[in-house]
Design a protein around this ligand. Structure first.
Ligand code: ADP
Length: 368
């Protein structure tokens, strides 16, 4: 009987609980044991039954609708060091885990990819130090690992949507609708700052959905003069046409083409100082992560959780580790290594000021 572990790692996202539920129940349905690794990679590094817990069918009852992640998540510095990963490997083997499913963002899946590539040498070291037996070495020498993307930013390449992104978008829309009402009453301008460090998906889609006046995202920067002038002329035009509200959405990672950050305060300065509008800043912060997942995230998390278990059960030492993606409305398996590499290359392209490349890698040509 195989044992399948599931963990949630990195930033929490609505729908992570639904993915844990799907993995646990599919694993049990397929005749395996299911284990929750508590607190992300921290749970692997610490080990023991407190952190690597067997879950039953009933343990995840009702989890589809719960926000956040009930098995906990953490940023684990120790796992970034080989020593931490070595402990993780030993604890996984001690608990008898045959396969690991990681639900997290690009950082967590980068960690998963590294863990997988290092696994043979970790096991060799554990064997040489007598921390595992030859029998354990033989049984666990292939690390069976699979990624599911849980991230509110929708910032992973090779998948159309990440678990949590549509819920966060929904929270942002509600907040902007509220702000819009008060803005209209006082004829005010609002600068709304939303999450998204390297990825402007939330800002962009929120802008489209709320008919914002202007949107600033990391993938499509311009010089400070350009954006200031463009925003001013658009806002002025809208006001001249009788609009009583102004909404400008800023992704937290918005930058100029010289890679200087553009903050809500910078935008406020233009709207208030240059255009003379009564302007307020609303930083949405963690409310974007809160609340129960929207239907799409529950469905995505469930279908991907089922597929993740299928993928680890199909895996052989020769198959590359999979990442479960959604492409054109179909749940598909992609290469974990390739997806992580491609995602990293978007951030690299932005750093190198090759914004055209960043856009094409992000598959966001539609911004044009
Ligand atoms: P997210 O998964 O939401 O992007 P982080 O970037 O904080 O969040 O990553 C979550 C955790 O994944 C980190 O705290 C760390 O334990 C692990 N991790 C991230 N990057 C690496 C890496 N390069 N090597 C090993 N582990 C990593």
């Amino acid at each position: 009987q195989k044992a399948i572990g599931i963990m949630t790692s990195g930033g929490d996202a609505p729908g992570m609980n639904a993915s844990v539920r799907a993995v646990v129940r599919t694993a049990i349905y397929k005749g395996c044991r299911a284990y929750a690794i508590m607190e992300g990679y921290e749970g692997l590094v610490r080990g023991g039954p407190e952190y690597i817990k067997e879950f039953t069918w009933d343990d995840v009852r009702g989890w589809s609708s719960l926000g956040g992640t009930d098995i906990g998540t953490a940023r684990c510095m120790e796992f970034k060091e080989r020593k931490g990963r070595l402990k993780g490997a030993q604890h996984m083997i001690e608990a008898g885990i045959d396969a690991l499913i990681v639900c997290g963002g690009d950082g967590s899946l980068t960690g998963a990819d590294l863990y997988r590539s290092e696994w043979p040498s970790l096991l060799q070291e554990l064997l040489e130090e007598g921390r595992i037996s030859q029998e354990q070495y033989d049984r666990y020498k292939h690390l069976n690992i699979c990624g599911i993307v849980g991230s509110i930013d929708n910032d992973m390449s090779t998948t159309d949507a990440t678990i949590g992104a549509y819920s966060a978008l929904d929270r942002i829309l509600k907040a902007i609708d509220y702000v819009e009402a008060t803005a209209n009453s006082h004829s005010r301008a609002f600068v709304v700052e939303v999450m998204g460090r390297n990825c402007g998906w939330l800002a962009l889609l929120a802008g489209i959905s709320t008919s914002a006046d202007y949107i600033l995202i990391p993938e499509k920067p311009s010089s400070s003069r350009e954006w200031e002038e463009q925003m001013s002329s658009i806002v002025t035009k809208h006001r001249q046409r009788g609009k009583r509200t102004t909404i400008v959405i800023v992704a937290e990672g918005a930058i100029t083409s010289d890679l200087e950050p553009i903050t809500s305060k910078d935008v406020h300065k233009i709207l208030s100082g240059k255009l003379g509008l009564d302007t307020r800043i609303t930083t949405l912060g963690h409310v974007q992560r809160g609340g129960s997942p929207v239907a799409y995230d529950r469905i995505l998390a469930t279908l991907q959780g089922v597929e993740a278990v299928n993928a680890v059960l199909d895996s052989t030492p020769d198959t590359p580790s999979p990442l479960i993606a959604v492409n054109e409305n179909k749940i598909v398996r992609k290469s974990l290594v390739e997806s992580v590499k491609l995602t990293k290359s978007v951030a690299d392209a932005i750093k190198e000021k090759d914004f055209k490349k960043a856009m094409s890698l992000r598959d966001t040509e539609f911004i044009e």
